[in-house]
Design a protein around this ligand. Sequence first.
Ligand SMILES: Cc1cc2nc3c(=O)[nH]c(=O)nc-3n(C[C@H](O)[C@H](O)[C@H](O)COP(=O)(O)O)c2cc1C
Length: 235
Amino acid sequence: MSDKTMSKEEYLNKAKELDTRTEAPKQLEDTDFLTVARERRSVRQYDPEFKIEESEIRELLETATQAPSSSNLQSWRFLVIEDQKEKERLLPIANNQQQIVDASVVIAVLGDREAYKNADRIYSQIAERGNMPQEVKEMYVNSIMENYGNFPKERQTKIAHIDGGIVANQLMLAAKAKGYDTVPMGGYDEAKFMEAFNVPETYEPIMLISLGKGTKAGFEKTRLPLDDVLKWNKF
Ligand SMILES: Cc1cc2nc3c(=O)[nH]c(=O)nc-3n(C[C@H](O)[C@H](O)[C@H](O)COP(=O)(O)O)c2cc1C
């Protein structure tokens, strides 16, 4: 390896060394959506003593799962890792990123490539509420089973990643609005994680999210100018 690059572990952990500030993440008085969206930051330092109640985690996940999904099939699945021993087991799989063990929980966001199998359950609810005639519901369900069931694995994977990315961000914003902090993590060994945590093989690993009470604010936003990433009408 050239001395101008870093190992993955160094790369992921360097931020903490660089960040010598001490201020805690901003506690928002105003939690309107635009403020929350602007103020959320990836936070990598957490109070290891702080525990979030299960009821609050459930509330955050309920809010997150109001997100849109492909054909409302809600392919997201979650594994909440709150047991300290389990977090310790995850630590080396996630490149020894300290937030894995310090944050209250790690939420693994997963995506079920076979989520289409719930089509009847989901669409029956809509029909039972009187929002869809029974025969239309049946047509929807049959079409979903036929289409999604025959999509190649890459397409099912892509759908799982799109749904999973949307729900993950909604979870992080909900957490910020409730006074908590998060960091999304793709820096882990997916295969080892799937094996170590017995994740069903029809599930895709999307990302890990540390959730807890942050002790250090995280970096100020740096973003490309909007006009560098924006075109109108045509390329
Ligand atoms: C898919 C994905 C994977 C990421 N993986 C990691 C990670 O493994 N470790 C980490 O510290 N940050 C990770 N991040 C956080 C980014 O570094 C961070 O979002 C980015 O620097 C912008 O900062 P902000 O979230 O504070 O706005 C990841 C973000 C995303 C969206």
